[in-house]
Design a protein around this ligand. Structure first.
Ligand SMILES: Nc1nc2c(ncn2[C@@H]2O[C@H](COP(=O)(O)OP(=O)(O)OP(=O)(O)O)[C@@H](O)[C@H]2O)c(=O)[nH]1
Ligand SMILES: [Mg+2]
Length: 233
């Protein structure tokens, strides 16, 4: 059962030249038969070269979105899902904050029949500033209120960027309701929960959120503003 050949790992990137090399090596170690799509929004460092010249046996595809009219984390993930050919997919950041060794656990839960498997951070003292903690906390609370009021599916970390699911249900939703997604935003999971009309089976997998040792954060005020606007969409 654990061959991973029906899993595609989707990794959005923007200038992650160092981290992506390490991530691909780790993926080869933990999910060797999985397919990988690196969905890139026009990195101007060596991300593309490093992906193309990766020397492992992993099946890696570089999705070059540099000429697309809309750039954004969500747009990049949706594009990759539409190109996914396996029944399952998993989304994770390139910056090694999402541990690759957890992937077999996500895969196991998908195989048990769950429709959505969401990574939730184990409680640790974040090194975040008070300001960032406050924004993250209020964004989560407001998001959960919106989902409850609309009687939608919920999970503990509705903001997670580390999740896996069944490709068909997402493709179907994207084709019918793409306008419900904030393409330039970051919270693709939240957009999905808000837009998905039926009850689904959700499982959660706990993980330790790593530090960003390479590259830099792309979160900015505009991204945060886009999220708060999306609450009313
Ligand atoms: N394709 C694409 N990838 C993006 C974009 N913005 C960020 N990313 C990637 O998405 C992942 C998450 O971005 P981060 O900047 O790490 O966001 P974060 O993890 O919420 O913030 P930090 O905790 O500060 O790292 C990383 O792999 C980024 O390279 C974008 O506009 N397009
Ligand atoms: Mg990050």
């Amino acid at each position: 059962m654990n061959s991973f050949s029906n899993l595609t790992v989707i990794v959005p990137t923007l200038n992650e030249e160092k981290a992506i090399q390490i991530l691909l090596e780790e993926l080869e170690k933990y999910v060797p038969e999985a397919k990988v799509i690196v969905t890139d929004d026009g990195s101007f460092d060596n991300t593309k070269q490093n992906v193309i010249s990766f020397e492992g046996n992993l099946n890696v595809k570089f999705l070059d979105r540099s000429k697309k009219p809309v750039h954004g984390l969500t747009a990049s993930v949706l594009d990759a899902i539409l190109q996914t050919e396996t029944p399952y997919f998993l989304v994770m950041d390139a910056d090694l904050q999402h541990p690759p060794k957890k992937l077999p656990e996500f895969y196991e839960e998908l195989n048990k029949g769950f429709d959505l498997v969401v990574g939730k951070r184990r409680k640790v003292k974040e090194k975040w500033s008070f300001h960032r903690k406050l924004i993250s906390y209020s964004a989560t609370i407001l998001g959960k209120i919106v989902l409850s009021l609309r009687n939608k599916n919920k999970c503990q970390d509705i903001m997670s960027g580390f999740f896996a699911s069944k490709t068909e249900i997402w493709k179907d939703l994207i084709q019918k309701k793409e306008q419900k997604f904030t393409l330039e935003g970051y919270k693709v999971l939240f957009d999905f929960l808000k837009a998905f009309p039926k009850k689904i089976r959700i499982q959660e997998v706990e993980y330790d959120f790593g530090h960003r040792d390479y590259g830099s954060s792309k979160i900015n005020k505009r991204i945060i503003w886009l999220y708060f606007k999306s609450l009313f969409k």
